[in-house]
Design a protein around this ligand. Sequence first.
Ligand code: SAM
Ligand code: SF4
Length: 353
Amino acid sequence: MAASAAERSCAVPAGQLTSMPGSAELKDQFGRRITYLRLSLTEHCNFRCQYCSPAAGTPYFEREEHLRPEEIHFVLRCFYSLGLQHLRFTGGEPLIHPQLLRHVEYARELGIGKISLSTNGYLLARLAEPLARAGLNSLNISLDTLNPEKFQQVTRGGDVARVLRGIDAAREANVPRIKLNVVLLRGVNGDELAKLVEYAVTRELEIRFIETMPLGSAGSSSQDQDYFSAADARAEIEASFGPLLPLASSRDQGPARRYTLPGGRGRIGFITPISDNFCATCNRVRLTATGRVVFCLGQEAGMELRPLLRAGASVAELGEAIAQGIWRDKPERHVFTQDRDRSSKIFMMRLGG
Ligand code: SAM
Ligand code: SF4
């Protein structure tokens, strides 16, 4: 059978890649350089977290609509040639994707400086070691509560004990950087933040608290009753541990404002999409499992790469199209607080957070 156009133009083996970063770069109209790609491998997930997914899940894409492994590699080459420094695998749940290890290895061979992954941790006990071997530098594990009943409720069926075993496995596998992500949910973990901090600090893991974003019919915003701001979360934590001490943040560490407990113990971050907009330093775009580059988490602006890939575009042609799209259409900021309707058509589960 003859190879498709995309297969032909993706034919360079990973070990012989020649594209060098830094020769060209991605920029938007607001002076921001785009060096970070969040790649959603699948919209499927083994959980249905209340703030991320409707109870019945989101409609799945057709198999043919998903990018094929060689198309994903082609897009990675393209971004790499445009200065990509950080790639994050996400989903849905990336650990259920059968090609995950192959993609991590490919990204490492390509030379991408930082390769990270976000996971719910459910399959981590089995995959932590192979992921570390494949070249993963950094792992974010979602953990909203340590209470088994609440965990089951918020994830609609998840087993927290299994996730905790996954966290232990990641530590044993020596993944260089492990962070815990906690979405702030007043009715779920409002009374548990100190416990979560203690859990993280005793294991020398960084922990970050994230304000819920209103996306799809899930999530909440400052207008909602259960809205839980990072400022309130910080006050809760300080009531148990004393005043937090600010740590220097760098653009490389993302949008979190980082602190340590009195005495320099632990690393605690707050991510404030609602109460303190950080879009001015945005350095990222997202790629969905079907090949749509999404320019901003809270808006629909983006472009479809699949038609270009399947029409046989070269790395240079695809790169030019991406660079133009980002320059022309990447919005200045999200509009969660000003225009909830505009954000409400997007589900996090499809976007990857
Ligand atoms: N399944 C993986 C996980 O749970 O980490 C990766 C995908 S998930 C969409 C990525 C991140 O987005 C998780 O940390 C999750 O807690 C966060 N997230 C999902 N929906 C959110 C929302 N409405 N507001 C804030 N964070 C959200
Ligand atoms: Fe799945 Fe992650 Fe969304 Fe939870 S937050 S439903 S684990 S994609």
